[in-house]
Design a protein around this ligand. Structure first.
Ligand code: ADP
Ligand code: ADP
Ligand code: ZN
Ligand code: ZN
Length: 955
């Protein structure tokens, strides 16, 4: 490599990096791998990307540059050959409820252009096409009538309105018109025209009658103008055999009179008042009373208090009211609400027919509030909420939830914009299709030459970007999907597709485990996407554990050998071929060459009789599933991305159990019932969300270690002398902490337009405590020193205290021995956060009847770490507990006792159980993608020496 073909890093010392030198080839796909905590992110993100960013800010305005000094310069001697850097991370930066897959990929911007250019407006009420025509255009059309045809020019003045129209008729007579067509019948204006004022009428004034022949244009033109003026821009040309033709000079429905705005891109933007639905302001959802909250248990009767807001009222009054509801509407207060007829439920929720008919109009006080005038539960709550005082509102708040906007039905746009069509499709229809489907629609669109001219480019951009989305494995998502509901992996892959669409070159892209959440089936296409990004002339730097990715890369960097202080060294750099050949000391190489394997240790457990059984699961794409989760075993839920795993496990199983066991208020996803609850007494979800959002939370505070440490410091002789209590050693209260940063150790600087930047507190130099507090020492270490130790370092110092030692051991068990006790929660990766939570659960006494739920626990884990994690999880099962994991990693799936494979595809092509049983049974099921990969893995890939039921590591 010559110097302009590489990025050279010299003397990198960020975090645990041991002053390392690395040379990366430019314009290549480079993988950085190594154990969890070995320093991959420290090198890729905190050194190379951070420096790229700094140089980028340097090139910006003076305003941005003033913050440069405060942006910490990474601890590195030199980086050469750097390009502008863009990171594509897992962290979902989208917290804006207005972002959708369409807007973040910019596809929606192109769609708006397409609709503004090619859209054909339609009437939002009757659906017929609307076109505006100039007088000249109308004349042109009229000229096409055959010669000698007799035509009438009419002004459609009244269209289906009630009234007698005496004044209007008189006025027309006075202006000299002689005829009018009344409800289709020609009448003389001299007649006495008496109209029934309670009926709808249609009146067209006859402006002119003439015969088509050369020279009549001028007169016809004038007559059309007159009619247009009389009938607010509408005119009818009537012929004997052609009947009526209606023309409009504005964009308005000639029949309904509804006018629609000019087609502009912003008319299709739900972030603009020109396009947004008026009721929800473009959010697609509004807060409203939620039936599931108002009646949390439809299995009980009204008399038993099914309606929660009523149950808090006066018992006697309620009794009378229920009796009246029963008498008039047949709503039996003694039967479960679920058993009421559809009709009765409707009355209960929305009111009696008379009340419903009168809704919206001002009414007198109801005479018979629980009989004929019964207002209905929801209208009543809405009214009380709107008129209520602040405290009344607060009392009602728990019964409200975000619900689909009734006006736009979640489509976010105005009716007029929703009615515009391009080649027969509305923008709402197109964004509601899965990307894989809409991609086919756009590929099939054919443009006329004139259309090609105005929209050819736009269509090309849309097609390409849809293909990119498909390629990164998110073809099951819709463009309308709200970005905040996407998983980290989905968000990252979408950003990746967007970057390819932008066709930049000369950029350094840094990605963090792009394979997360992706089934092996889709991995190949994702890799091709990375290669394409490279072939555009970019350097692609990927932090990854996935074997296929490592084998595909142009260049591999392996860090290690251990984690934290035991890592940070460069074990290998070179091509995958060289790594496979021989790379002494590289753990990754040893695995890839099959010298190290994850080997057999454990026999499969046979599920007992006890199980949890979900019936009728229908949330999102689930297709009315009945699924059994056998208890006391290790269950893996598998399936391609978007097949419905999270929906089944997180939205239904977990939320339902949390509701039953802990009275949680979060509503579970749609399903009929769950059986077998008696077998478990605890459910614990261990996900990848942060353990805390402020720098004050850290592993020690989270797992409850810090309390013991504070007590320990308060018991030291020095503390007793000075009268220091445990509170003195807290950074959450005044006394012992540094007041300048209030114990954070860092101060946030707001960067307009950019995320906050944290800088070390000047006062305490990041130590968080004041000087006096730091004078108290345990075995030579102040409390700040102790927090800077890793778990492994702290263990020998503290092992004589059983409660502390026990918690430290559980952190080591989950592979976090390298973590600093006081490392701020905001700097932990999702995988680390998940394992800290796991450690916390492990240090508790298990009940033996607990259900643990984990979502891709192998995220961020190297081959070597996976085995450790599996050991811990299987230990929990040995104690009688049940584990449910969503996982793609085949080492984990193979070690499961029971596999439930969903699919076969993502989105509407999925949501079914494709296979279930032992891994061996699933491996034999045709049509299961997971089965196919499992079969290969169980057979043992060449050179890897893997055998079935392999779980623990041997060297
Ligand atoms: P990897 O990406 O290989 O999992 P990291 O680069 O994230 O590893 O971490 C390497 C070491 O640096 C670990 O000991 C980790 O705890 C530590 N570390 C990571 N981020 C920070 C930080 N912001 N402050 C202090 N230590 C950190
Ligand atoms: P998996 O966990 O297998 O990747 P999910 O359960 O996340 O699959 O998704 C199943 C289907 O439900 C997909 O089509 C997905 O797009 C859809 N889906 C998931 N969450 C939501 C949501 N919050 N809103 C709308 N659709 C969703
Ligand atoms: Zn709306
Ligand atoms: Zn401070």
């Amino acid at each position: 490599m010559t110097s302009d073909e590489r990025i050279s890093v010299r003397g990198a010392r960020v975090h645990n990096l041991k002053n390392i030198d690395v040379d990366l080839p430019r314009d290549r796909l480079v993988v950085i791998t190594g154990l969890s905590g070995s320093g991959k992110s420290s090198l890729a993100f905190d050194t190379i990307y951070a420096e790229g960013q700094r140089r980028y800010v340097e090139s910006m305005s003076a305003y941005a540059r003033q913050f440069l000094e405060q942006m910490e310069k990474p601890d590195v001697d030199l980086i050469d050959g750097l390009s502008p850097a863009i990171s594509i991370e897992q962290k979902t930066t989208a917290s804006n409820p207005r972002s959708t897959v369409g807007t973040v990929t910019e596809i929606y911007d192109y769609l708006r252009l397409l609709f503004a250019n090619l859209g054909q407006p339609h009437c939002p009420r009757c659906g017929q096409p609307i076109a505006s025509q100039s007088v000249d255009r109308i004349l042109d059309l009229a000229r096409q009538f055959p010669g000698d045809e007799r035509i009438n020019v009419l002004a459609p003045v009244v269209r289906g309105r009630k009234g007698e129209f005496k004044k209007e008729l008189a006025a027309w007579r006075q202006r000299g018109f002689t005829r009018v067509r009344v409800d289709g019948e020609l009448r003389s204006l001299d007649d006495d025209i008496a109209l029934d004022k309670r009926k709808n009428h249609t009146l067209d004034v006859v402006v002119d009658r003439l015969i088509v022949k050369p020279g009549m244009e001028r007169r016809l033109g004038e007559s059309i103008e007159t009619a247009l003026a009389l009938a607010s821009d509408l005119v009818i040309i009537n012929t004997w055999d052609g009947g009526d033709r209606l023309y409009s000079r504005r964009l308005a429905c000639a029949d309904c009179g509804i006018s629609v705005p000019e087609l502009t891109p912003r008319a299709f933007s739900f972030n603009s008042p020109h396009g947004a639905c008026g009721q929800c302001q473009g959010l697609g959802a509004v807060y409203d009373f939620d039936v599931a909250r108002v009646i949390p248990d439809a299995g009980i009767s009204l008399a038993e208090g099914a309606v929660e807001p009523w149950a808090k009222g006066d018992v006697k009054l309620l009794g009378d009211a229920l009796a009246r509801l029963h008498e008039v509407h047949g709503i039996d207060p003694a039967i479960p609400v679920r058993k009421l007829t559809k009709r009765q439920r409707e009355v209960l929720l929305f009111g009696s027919p008379t009340a419903q008919a009168a809704s919206g109009k001002r009414r007198k006080a109801p005479v018979d509030p629980f009989g004929a005038d019964f207002e209905g539960l929801l209208p009543n709550l809405r009214r009380r909420y709107e008129k209520g005082t602040w405290s009344e509102r607060e009392a009602l708040e728990p019964y409200r939830a975000l619900a689909t906007c009734p006006s736009c039905d979640g489509a976010r746009l105005k009716a007029e914009s929703r009615a515009v069509r391009v080649k027969g499709h509305t923008i709402v229809e197109l964004t509601a299709l899965a990307v894989s489907e809409s991609s086919k629609v756009f590929d099939g669109l054919e443009l006329a030459p004139r259309e090609e001219l105005v929209a050819g480019r736009i269509l090309k951009e849309i097609r390409e970007r849809l293909h990119f989305l498909n390629d990164v494995g998110v073809g099951y998502l819709t463009l309308a999907r709200s970005a905040v509901t996407l998983s980290g992996g989905e968000g990252q892959r979408i950003r990746l597709a967007t970057q390819i669409g932008s066709s930049l070159s000369g950029v350094l892209y840094v990605l963090d485990e792009p394979s997360i959440g992706l089934h092996q089936r889709d991995n190949r296409r994702l890799l091709q996407t990375l290669e394409r990004l490279r072939d555009l002339g970019n350097t692609v730097l990927v932090v990854e554990h996935d074997e296929e990715t490592i084998r595909t890369a142009d260049y591999v960097v392996d860090l290690g050998p251990g984690a934290g202080e035991h890592g940070g060294e460069l074990l290998f750099q070179g091509t995958p071929a060289e790594l496979l050949e021989s790379a002494p000391g590289s753990v990754t190489g040893e695995y890839l060459r099959g010298e190290k394997t994850i080997v057999q240790a454990r026999a499969r457990r046979t599920p007992g009789k006890a199980s949890l059984r979900i019936t009728g699961a229908r949330e999102n794409n689930l297709q009315d599933l009945d699924v059994s989760f056998p208890l006391g075993v290790f269950i893996a839920i598998t399936g391609v991305s978007g097949s419905g795993k999270s929906t089944l496990v997180n939205d239904i199983l977990y939320k339902r159990l949390a509701k039953e066991l802990y009275r949680a208020t979060d509503q579970p996803g749609d399903h009929d019932r769950i059986d077998g609850l008696q077998h478990i007494d605890k459910v614990i979800q261990i996900d990848q969300s942060p353990i805390g959002r402020t720098p004050r939370s850290n592993p020690a505070t989270y797992i409850g270690l810090f309390t013991f440490i504070r007590d320990l410091f308060a018991m030291l002789p020095e503390s007793r002398q000075r009268g220091y209590k445990p509170g003195r050693f807290s950074f959450n209260v005044k006394g012992g902490r540094c007041e300048a940063c209030q114990g954070d150790g860092v101060m946030a600087i707001e960067m307009h337009f950019l995320p906050d930047v944290y800088v070390t507190c000047e006062q305490c130099k990041g130590r968080r405590y004041n000087r006096e507090t730091l004078e108290v020492r345990y075995r030579g270490k102040s409390i700040a020193d102790l927090l800077e130790l890793t778990v492994d370092q702290a263990y020998p110092l503290l092992e004589s205290f059983p409660s502390i030692a026990n918690k430290l051991r559980t952190l080591q068990l989950v592979g976090l021995g390298y973590l600093e006790l006081g490392q701020s929660a905001t700097t932990l990766s999702g995988g680390e956060a998940q394992r800290v939570k796991l450690a916390k659960e492990l240090s508790r006494r298990g009940t033996g009847r607990t259900l643990y739920i984990l979502d891709e626990p192998t995220t961020g884990l190297h081959f070597e770490d996976v085995a450790k994690l599996l050991d811990v999880l299987h230990q929990l099962v040995e104690q009688g507990n049940t584990i449910v994991v969503i996982e793609h990693n085949l080492d984990v799936v193979r070690s499961a006792d029971h596999v439930i494979d969903l699919g076969p595809e993502g989105g509407s092509g999925g949501g079914r159980v494709v296979a279930q049983g032992t891994p061996e049974q699933v491996a034999r099921v045709k049509g299961s993608y997971t089965g196919a990969f499992l079969a290969e893995s169980l057979a043992g890939p060449t050179g890897r020496g893997r055998r079935s039921r392999d779980v623990s590591v041997v060297a």
